[in-house]
Design a protein around this ligand. Sequence first.
Ligand SMILES: [Zn+2]
Length: 72
Amino acid sequence: MGTQAEKKTSHSISQQSLLLAKQARMEMMENGCITVICPKCQEHPKITTTLRGERTIVICRCGYIINVDINL
Ligand SMILES: [Zn+2]
């Protein structure tokens, strides 16, 4: 049980990072601003889009929240 719980914890951390990235993206689309705060650096993640708009990148200052979305 102990090992299983540990595995679940480390898994849920990356899950949280992904979830925050998704939430940030959704907020940006719906409200035009981000209220999500990174639990590590306490800053709002930023969303950047590549020149041709093929990729949307959500990233915070410390890199805890990072998610790249490819728009094809
Ligand atoms: Zn951060």
